[in-house]
Design a binder for this molecule. Structure first.
Ligand code: PMP
Length: 319
């Protein structure tokens, strides 16, 4: 029996075409993915709208899910349409108004050689109610730190794919940042410029420009980031995609993390530990408090995801 202690309101998950009670366990400990991180996943959110819960940019997330699967050479046992329908089904079955949705595909039980020749690909979808990913830091602004370890480089891994194994770096550095008393980690890339957070992209605001980086800087180009870039002109902001230097971040008017889980989460202070955790300098970003442009963007984003802005209804998938 598995309790749902940290999965608020989760009652059922969808696994290989059928619904199961959340407490039912059905996996083999020798499954390939558990040993080598040979999985791929998505993080999607659904928000309440006047017409019931709607999944934000479901198609883009499922497209990325299938792209990730192709990078790790998985043959997906369902069509994109079936996976989209299954995401909606899980929301309905759990009677969730707002939800974090986690489709996960993995090499399952078969063989344990590194090449999963005899390990079938299986798919599971869970959903639960999940509040602010960065907790209270989402409100007061994050006190973040640049960690000493550089982000895995784009020349080493295809970072456009969300692969389980790749996230080990995010987990280790996320833990280390918190062990040192910070809310979140920031990775530099091998070039020494700002890459991203462990599970978030980074944007800086300077003189009316919304500035973020792209795949060449060793990041996952997030769907939230792409949405904000498209919305920026509505708010009188000029979108800019270019490398972000440390100086760009430290000298920004405002800065924030963005991602499906983190949504828009201000960064108000950054300590630079790029030369080691015993050698850091702290920089206050802007006023040291969440800034007005970030707040306006967060408000605009909230209106979009909850169906209050007709211009972006194209991004909503009613369940
Ligand atoms: N970078 C990384 C490493 C992530 O895991 C995520 C979350 N998927 C993001 C950026 C933001 O992506 P998205 O906006 O698509 O959630």
């Amino acid at each position: 029996m598995f309790p749902n202690t940290y999965f608020s309101k989760a009652k059922k998950y969808w696994y290989m075409g059928k619904l199961y009670d959340w407490s039912e366990g059905i996996f083999h400990p020798m499954m390939h993915a558990l040993h080598y991180g040979t999985s791929t996943f998505e993080g999607i959110r659904a928000y309440p709208t006047e017409r019931g819960p709607a999944i934000f940019r479901l198609k883009e997330h499922i497209d990325r899910f299938f792209h990730s699967a192709s990078v790790i050479k998985m043959k997906v046992p369902f069509t994109k349409e079936e996976v989209m329908e299954a995401c909606k089904l899980v929301i309905r079955e759990n009677q969730l108004d707002s939800a974090y949705i986690r489709p996960l595909m993995f090499y399952s039980y078969g063989n344990l050689g590194l090449v999963p020749k005899f390990s079938p690909v299986e798919l599971i979808i869970g959903a639960w109610e999940w509040g602010a990913y960065l907790g209270e830091a989402a409100e007061r602004g994050s006190n973040a730190c640049i960690v000493p370890k550089r982000r895995i480089h784009i020349s080493q891994m295809d970072l456009s794919a969300k692969l389980g194994g790749t996230y080990v770096q995010s987990t280790i550095n996320g833990i280390e940042a918190r062990e040192h008393g910070y809310d979140e980690a920031i990775f530099l890339n091998l070039e020494g410029r700002i890459a991203e957070g462990p599970g978030e992209n980074i944007c800086v605001i300077k003189d009316g420009t919304l500035h973020t980086n792209d795949r060449n800087e060793s990041i996952l180009e997030g769907i939230t980031r792409t949405s904000l870039l498209e919305m920026a002109p509505d708010l009188g902001l000029k979108p800019k995609i270019a490398p972000i230097t440390k100086e760009d971040l430290f000298g920004a008017d405002e800065a924030f993390f963005c991602g499906t889980a983190a949504e828009i989460s201000p960064i108000v202070k950054v300590t630079d530990f790029s030369n080691g955790f015993n050698n850091g300098q702290t920089h206050i970003i802007g006023s040291g408090k969440p800034g007005p442009v970030t707040s306006r963007l967060a408000q605009a984003y909230k209106e979009v995801v909850t169906g209050k802005n007709p211009k972006y209804e194209k991004w909503l998938y009613l369940v």
